[in-house]
Design a protein around this ligand. Structure first.
Ligand code: KDG
Ligand code: MG
Length: 408
């Protein structure tokens, strides 16, 4: 059995999804997602120039060997661009394997450990009242867990994860108005003064059962993060995400010594090596890697297994940038993983997105219910894909009030 061709498609409704389709001589094809948010053309180019020409002719069933071949063969290993490209190939090969087996993908991992995966949605408000409304709307729809991000009084531009307007809430991460980034202003002191009270008010309003998550998006120094974690401890957060910049992993030791707040990290990690120290030292509670740019299913499954040895649960990244292909791959991992925690899930299901990626995965009462179709259970409509093309976009860039650059 041989791979006969592979194509890359860039574009989508309001997103630059990077979709890989691998064709075989057995009449079965596989799908992968290499959407590296805001740098989408790079994994696409990596696939087209360096990987696809070497992939054609290989046996698609040897997904492990193909992964190792590209990873070791690159010599300059890891990094989000390469890992997104390898990940797309790997996901497509698992899709092919499961289709050949005539089974939904989760069966190849060991079957279902649960009926569905609890997801969390994003609630956002430029002020506390709007945030409370946004949370209430999610609770009404059946969500058991929400991430809460709130504007900070006196902050000149809204802070991370805060939509200026309610209808912006799914698009605040990327501005598709061109390659020139918007500037956000950050003020740690105001954040530290305001956010604990805002989170307390939310907890009091919604009671003890709703799972509340909060994303600091790498903005605090280790001592500030420890102080924040200690202060918000009585609120009973489900997790505190990315309290410090991801590069300095030992910073988490300081936080751990001062607080028992559950910590979630890893959305910018690309390999098991990035996760190793945090997991082995038990400095985190949830690992946030994504199939999209952490090397695909082969690599992420390895990370999940390592995490399981250290009581670390999964909380895969699921920002709106991921396409339904990698969200489906994660859904299969989620129903299998013995150490599953929660899944971030921003409903992608606009009619345009459903037409481009038809699937019968469903979301019911805040639970993601995985399809039982053979493979990933998601398809890609090449005709629909012709409607879309790449649009330049950018994440915001963050500065302090005096102009100093800070972490987005
Ligand atoms: O591309 C960057 C986004 O994926 C990121 O900012 C979203 O932090 C994020 C989250 O938790 O979803
Ligand atoms: Mg995050």
């Amino acid at each position: 059995m041989k791979i006969t061709d592979a194509k890359v498609f860039v574009g989508g409704p309001g997103k630059n999804y990077v979709t890989l389709k691998i064709y075989t001589d057995a009449g079965v094809y596989g799908l992968g997602d290499a959407t590296l948010n805001n740098r989408e053309t790079l994994p696409a180019k990596y696939l087209e120039d360096y990987l696809i020409p070497v992939l054609v002719g290989r046996d698609p069933r040897n997904s492990e060997d193909i992964w190792q071949f590209f990873y070791r063969g690159a010599y300059f290993r890891r990094g989000p661009i390469a890992m997104a490209a390898f990940g797309a190939i790997d996901t497509a090969l698992w899709d092919i394997k499961a289709k050949l087996a005539g089974m939904p993908l989760y069966q190849l991992f060991g079957g279902k450990s649960r009926s569905g995966a609890m997801v969390y949605a994003h609630a956002t408000g430029a002020d506390l009242d709007t945030l409370v409304e946004s949370i209430a709307a999610h609770v009404e729809q059946g969500y058991k867990a929400v991430r809460v991000q709130c504007g900070i009084p006196g902050m000149p531009v809204s802070s991370y994860g805060v939509a200026d307007k309610r209808e912006d809430s799914k698009h605040y991460i990327t501005d598709f108005g061109g390659i020139q980034p918007k500037i956000e202003i950050w003020d740690t002191e105001r954040y530290l003064r305001y956010m604990p009270d805002a989170l307390t008010a939310v907890r009091e309003h919604f009671g003890p059962d709703l799972k509340l998550l909060h994303d600091v998006h790498h903005r605090l120094l280790p001592r500030e993060a420890a102080q924040f974690a200690k202060t918000v401890e009585p609120i009973g957060l489900y997790w505190l995400e990315d309290p410090t910049p991801a590069e300095d992993q030992s910073a988490l030791r300081y936080l751990r010594q001062h607080s028992t707040v559950p910590v979630a990290i890893g959305e910018v990690f690309n390999s098991v090596w990035d996760c190793k120290q945090l997991i082995e030292e038990e400095l985190i509670d949830f690992i946030r890697v994504a199939v999209t740019y952490a090397g695909g299913i082969t690599q992420v499954k390895r990370i999940v297994d390592l995490a399981g040895l250290h009581h670390v649960r999964t909380g895969f990244h699921g920002a709106p940038s991921h396409s339904p292909i990698s969200m489906a791959a994660q859904a299969h991992l989620n129903v299998w993983a013995p150490n599953f925690g929660i899944q971030e899930y921003l409903v992608l299901g606009t009619p345009e997105c459903d037409a481009l990626f038809p699937s019968d995965h469903t979301l019911e009462n805040g639970m993601f219910l995985v399809s039982d179709e053979p493979g990933l259970g998601v398809d890609f409509d090449e005709k629909q894909a012709q409607r879309y093309q790449y649009a330049a976009g950018s994440h915001p860039v963050v500065r302090l009030q005096d102009g100093t650059l800070w972490n987005y």
